[in-house]
Write a protein that binds this ligand. Sequence first.
Ligand code: GLU
Length: 417
Amino acid sequence: MSQAKPNPFENALEQLRIAAGYLKLDEGIHQMLAHPKREVTVSLPVKMDDGKIKVFTGFRVQHNDARGPFKGGIRYHPNVSLDEVRALSSWMTWKTSVVNIPFGGGKGGIICDPKSMSPGELERMTRRFAFAIAPIIGPYKDVPAPDVYTNAQTMAWIMDVYNMINGVMSPAVITGKPIALGGSLGRDRATGRGAVFVTVEAAKVKKLDLKKATFAVQGFGNAGSNYAEILQEHGPKLMGASDSSGAIMSKTGMDAGKLVAYKEKTGSVSGFPGSQPISNAELLQMDVDILSPAALENQILPDIAKGVKAKIVAECANGPTTPEADKILAKNGVFVCPDILANAGGVVVSYLEWVQNLERIAWSEDEVNSMLEKKMIGAFKDVHDASVKYNVDMRTGAMITAVGRVAEAVKGLGLFP
Ligand code: GLU
């Protein structure tokens, strides 16, 4: 059954309100954390291939920088809105805090349909956006990165514009770059890999034998497909998957690597040999041990949550579960590894990329992966300890951990003037 999609920023504020209650946060500090520090909306006139001018709207929301420069991705999608970017920017603040890296939170987005644009149109739109936000980004101000439908090439164009305007060669202004331009080994697969480290820890808590486990992934983009490929190395079998073109399931299990290759060839997971089509709701309610929503926000709504059979939900997406749905999952004993923890691997390796750029050093992929593993396991422990201490679900445990650290930094800075 379809339900009206809640406003993601209202969901984010509700999650903050719950954590503020447990932390007995001063109401003034709570209000400061509920309001992004700066919101920029820009108009981007772009010459399209047919010679006509099209004006796109873009956003950069800088939520909080008390713990370090604003940090977060840039999303290209037709459904981008200011409230969505606000929500995503606040989740970045909590994410960088929960994994304890010295960054705040920000996010950007452009309302566009990248799938219908040519490479040249995408480049011109990206460069115009980079020009528009150049005054407010920088290695010690705000460090963007990839998100939905943006990639290493997009980051290279943004860096190029920023550097030309400023007359510098400063790779640390952005992360998720191509390796040839100062990108970090391991960054491209880091979100999926980080979510696997978290899933392995969750399986220990839930006493789930991964060798015999099954899983399904909603969204087979960068995060979801890498999650599937890497998780499968630990034993679990992939039983269901989806992308924007539809969902599929298999009774015997699918090889994630073959599914990635099939999607690369055909453009979607639909029609994968040996699979059958199912609905999105059926995918989310499949009888599997682990479910990863790895697409967009507002996917696990209350009606869906009631039928979720997975024991562990590992959120590779940002904001896939609404606060109402969270209550149902918690009541039904579903162990949710929340987005700000589960998908933090991307920003952790972004941090490692930034450090390598500033220090002019380059780590091997093994070094990067082992630092990522240490960070993710440490953060899982912090969140799990908080959830036990306060007797709350993992999302609330993560928010208590994250908001507590940011609030302490905000209080320490004091108020200007
Ligand atoms: N877009 C990713 C996220 O939502 C990565 C952000 C980053 O690396 O700064 O976490």
